[in-house]
Every structure is written in C-alpha cells, then in structure tokens.
Design a protein around this ligand. Sequence first.
Ligand SMILES: Cc1cc2nc3c(=O)[nH]c(=O)nc-3n(C[C@H](O)[C@H](O)[C@H](O)COP(=O)(O)OP(=O)(O)OC[C@H]3O[C@@H](n4cnc5c(N)ncnc54)[C@H](O)[C@@H]3O)c2cc1C
Length: 376
Amino acid sequence: MSETIYDVAVIGAGPAGTQAAISASHQMKHVLVLHAGKVSFSRGRAYWSKSVEIEDAPVFPGIIGPHFAKALMKWLESRPVVDFRLGAAQRKTGIDIRDGMVTKLIACDAGSREPTVETRSAGACPPRALFELEASTTPIKKNAPLQLERFRARTVVVAAGFDDKWPDIEFQAEAARLYKQYATVFRYAGNKKGWHVCIRCDGHLHVNEHLALLGVGDYIYDAALGAQDFTDKITILTNGRPHGMSPPVLKQVAERKINVIETKIKRHIGKKTDLLGFEMADGTELYFHGFLVDEGLIPNTKFLEGWDYQNDEEGLIVTNEDMQMLDSGGEPIPGLFAAGDIVSGQRNLIATAFALGQEAGLSAADSLRKWHYPTE
Ligand SMILES: Cc1cc2nc3c(=O)[nH]c(=O)nc-3n(C[C@H](O)[C@H](O)[C@H](O)COP(=O)(O)OP(=O)(O)OC[C@H]3O[C@@H](n4cnc5c(N)ncnc54)[C@H](O)[C@@H]3O)c2cc1C
C-alpha cells in the first residue's frame, strides 16, 4: 500500500485521461495516472489505428495510433512530481505514471453517504482519502494470481474508455484473451485495407469505393448515414443474423439501393494485413474495398461494480456538466468524475476526449479547493 494520498487519480492514459492529468497538475495538484496498456493489452482505442493515420487529432497533421500513444506518454512525463510551498503548507504537484489495470474502486470515506461493505472493510483509510484504487500492476499471466497494489486519492477521474466488440468470424472460443480469440480479425483491424470501427475516422480512405458494413439493427444504418460523405456504394452484412432494421430504416435502405446480405460469413479472404473479402457459408465469395464493423462496445468499468452510478443502455457513464458522476437519484457522487469515450452521449472522437478530459481534470481540482462562494 502506497502511503501517498494523491489529489487526483486518473484511470486511463488515452487522450481523455492524459488531458485530465495535465489539467489537474497544471492547477498544482498531485496526480496519479494508472493505465492498463502494458499490463493487460487494453491499450486504448486510438492505439488500434495501426497503419491508418489519425488526421483530425489536435495538433498532429497525421499520426498512427502507437505513435499517438507514445506522444501522450511523453506529454505526461513532461510534468514530473515536485515539491512546492503554498502558504505554510508543503505540497506536491506533478504526475506519477504507473502501469496498472484498476480492478476495484473502493470508497474510503463515505462522508454523508451510506457506508458500503467496501467502506467498512477499508477502515484503515486516513480521513483525507476518499478513494482506494486496487490495481493489477504486473503483466497478467495465465493461471497465476494477480499482483495487486492499492493507491489512495481524494478524487478519481474515470477515463478508461471502451473496447470494441469484434465480428464473430473465425472466432477461437478456446483462446484465453480477446486478442487471441479474435486473432484473425486483429490481423486486419486498424489497417488501411482492414477492419475499421469508426466511419468518421476512416471513411476518407474509401471515397467512391465499395464499403461493407457489418452489423444489425438500426445502429448499422447509422454507419451507412455516415458513409454517405464518402461513397454511395454500400453493402450491409449481418453475418447470419436477421437484419433487425425498423420499417422506416428499411425503406431508406431500399431507396438508397443498399444491398443487405444475411448469409453467415465463413472466413476472411486476405493478403498479409489487407482484407479483400469473405468466403460465405454458402460457398460464394464477396469482395469489397473497405470494411467497417459496428457490433457495439464493452465499457471498461468492471472496477465500478457495486457502485450506485447512472449509466445508459450501452453501459456508458452519465455525468453532469462538470463531468461528475451521478448516483441513481441524480445526485453528484463526491470526488468521482468521468471523461472521454466512457461518457454517455458524447462523440467517440479524440478531440472530444481531450475536451472532456480537461473539464474532468479541472472539476476534480476545483472540488479540492478550500474556499468556495459562500452559500446563503
Ligand atoms: C481503429 C480506430 C481508429 C480511430 N480513429 C480516429 C480518428 O481518426 N479520429 C478520432 O478523432 N478518433 C478516432 N478513433 C476514436 C478514438 O481513438 C477515441 O475516441 C479516443 O481514443 C477515446 O479516448 P479515451 O481517452 O476516452 O479512451 P481510450 O483512448 O480508449 O483510452 C483508454 C485508456 O484506459 C486504459 N484502461 C482501460 N481499462 C483500464 C483499467 N481497468 N485500469 C486502468 N486503465 C484502463 C487503457 O489502457 C487506455 O490507456 C479511432 C478509434 C479506433 C478504434
């Protein structure tokens, strides 16, 4: 157990978490960033842009995901922890960066809130710490117990993003990890001629080309609406499931001459990391220029299990305008903030993640101020 009580602990080092940490440390706060990249392979969504350059992230003219992740880390490292004096108090400011997949967030000091089982078991927390974060800090090994460490903080910013759900093609159920289970999909994912997950991000690569969109329901038509900026040659593939689109959507699909194919996909047809098409279950082969999958998302919020917080139907976190998380009664949860893709109702894009990260980092810092406007 670290003896340090951080002012702000940030979970995640994507654009949202990085910006939250920088903004909070800029307000002279002592910040901890825990990120799962090296210890769990959950490297953040931007990382998966393997050969496609991100073209609309400030301030890079074009940058691939791994280089972007490296630049974010360098930015975090530019604010090492230093001591300073504020009035009579000796303080610290700057950012400690730790590899760590947060497995549990524990309320240390419930304050006016009803104490939980977790609160009582964490009775050793000093009064100024509101939270304990339990994190796995070494690479996860099969059949080996997790190496867990605990950290304490007065506020927490959840910026853990989400993972994309990948298409169920050549899926290896017996393989342990997400990246092994979907090994074939990952060979092509995030490449110029491979699986895309964001039409706004990668549509520009396929102007006037034939795009295959994989998914079901009205969600997949949403991707088709985005695709119209780049091409009108679109086929929807449902991979063996009924299309599930509503009658008004189906009417537009027919008007726009979008082909819908409900046959199951048997395997990818590719060359190195280029995806070319599919062999279908009925033996036919289909070829396209671009491929986009929208099968939904998996929010990285397991560590919030047991917390009473509002989330939407996809599991994304509901916040107020200060990025403070809300309980089921709509009341802000003291000290708990969220930013980036994990926040409900926001665009899942890098510049948005930066903006939300700044808001969350500043709100967390502001919440620690001693003086506030007097209330009558
Ligand atoms: C292939 C691809 C291409 C894209 N292209 C573009 C583009 O061109 N332009 C654009 O604007 N957007 C693009 N996006 C979207 C963009 O990447 C996301 O909107 C952005 O990365 C979200 O930032 P974030 O910080 O909220 O989350 P993420 O970037 O997903 O970062 C999440 C962080 O949380 C960490 N984490 C997760 N779980 C835990 C845990 N339990 N404990 C500790 N840490 C944890 C991860 O390690 C990571 O550091 C693309 C996405 C993908 C997948």
